[in-house]
Ligand binder design. Sequence first.
Ligand SMILES: Nc1ncnc2c1ncn2[C@@H]1O[C@H](COP(=O)(O)OP(=O)(O)OP(=O)(O)O)[C@@H](O)[C@H]1O
Length: 217
Amino acid sequence: MLSATALEKSYPTGDGPLRVLRGVSLHIAAGESVALTGESGSGKSTLLHILGCLDSPDAGSLTLDGAPLDGLDEAGRAAVRRDRIGVVFQQLNLIPSLSVGANLSFQARLADRLDPAWQETLTRRLGLSSLLDRYPEELSGGQQQRVAIGRAIAARPRMVLADEPTGNLDEDTAREVLALLLDLVAETGAGLLIVTHSLSLADRLDRRLHLRAGQLA
Ligand SMILES: Nc1ncnc2c1ncn2[C@@H]1O[C@H](COP(=O)(O)OP(=O)(O)OP(=O)(O)O)[C@@H](O)[C@H]1O
């Protein structure tokens, strides 16, 4: 499924390059759910952006379903993101000019994989059925977070990458959202990687990876 080998990433800073990832290798199998933990600033979001083809590593390689993702140009990376990867960003990135319903179906339409029955199931399970005609600015933070999750999984991606996807949710809603993500993984054989500070959430996934000093433990 998703494999990364010897990823390196540095950011330029006033004090010289800041080495955030120092030889990170990982493999996420089909149908597997993995938590990514680590202190604030340890590089979790950086790694998630690289795995999601949103940023390139300085060195190292990535494959998805056996096909290399390195060396793709921006159009190639955009196609991978559209067709095979669902990302839930920390900043959510909902489209303000589109209604909740249109945001939810956005990526599935782009990928030409809109499935009304699945769309209706996830809208219901995310508790968004009565909010479809609203706009993102008319939603609470937790409601916006649920729209971002629905949008990421509407096209049934091969890999779901989520940055603190339940951070703004109350306990019951967080449990339901996690259950939905895990059901998707079980039903479609997608892989799931969740960045989280919550050890209780991490405990409900198959495996935990911990990022420290630029390496995984
Ligand atoms: N564009 C950038 N330019 C310079 N430094 C950056 C940039 N993006 C991130 N960093 C630095 O890289 C390090 C890793 O950042 P990253 O956001 O990946 O950490 P994180 O583990 O996701 O943190 P958090 O849990 O607080 O979200 C931090 O020290 C951060 O300040």
